[in-house]
Design a protein around this ligand. Structure first.
Ligand SMILES: [Fe+2]
Length: 159
């Protein structure tokens, strides 16, 4: 077992940066979903949803940057091309979504995928003793779970 300059296992750190790249790809698709619904949303709730989706994509953009810079901190290279994002993302792609319920459901479905990946990374970072990635994933999970609660409340559905 060899440790890097962070004091973390070199191999485990490399594996973590690969998983974080997968999360990055998924986040970028989520981000584009949010831009799409921000632009295309229609109906009587336009003004509040248009603003809410902007708030969410700004938040996603901050998280994207945090993930990419974590990958670099761990010695990896963050994906930055649409090709890599398309190849690696499992988040559903929302195209021309203009109905409010459909838009909110797209957010929930996207976050459900992100949460699953983040929990897998959390297990892995815990195992690698990587507290930096651990705490980042914990924060993301807590915030996104709260967003899911709010979206589900809006839909008037059970979590
Ligand atoms: Fe805008």
């Amino acid at each position: 077992m060899r440790n890097n300059s962070l004091g973390l296992d070199t191999q485990k750190t490399k594996e973590l940066s690969i998983e974080l790249n997968n999360l990055l790809a998924n986040f970028q698709v989520f981000y584009q979903n949010l831009r799409g619904i921000h632009w295309n949303i229609r109906g009587k709730r336009f003004f509040d949803l248009h603003a809410k989706f902007e708030e969410l994509y700004n938040d996603a953009q901050v998280k994207v940057d945090m993930i990419a810079e974590r990958i670099l901190t761990l010695g990896g290279t963050p994906f930055h091309t649409f090709h890599d994002y398309n190849e690696n993302a499992q988040v559903p792609v929302g195209k021309d979504v203009s109905l409010d319920e459909e838009a909110i459901k797209l957010i929930v479905d996207s976050i459900t995928v992100l949460l699953k990946i983040e929990r897998e990374i959390l297990d892995q970072s815990d195992e690698a003793n990587d507290e930096g990635t651990n705490s980042m994933m914990s924060d993301f999970i807590t915030e996104q779970e709260k967003t899911v609660w709010m979206m589900k409340a809006w839909l008037d559905e059970e979590i």
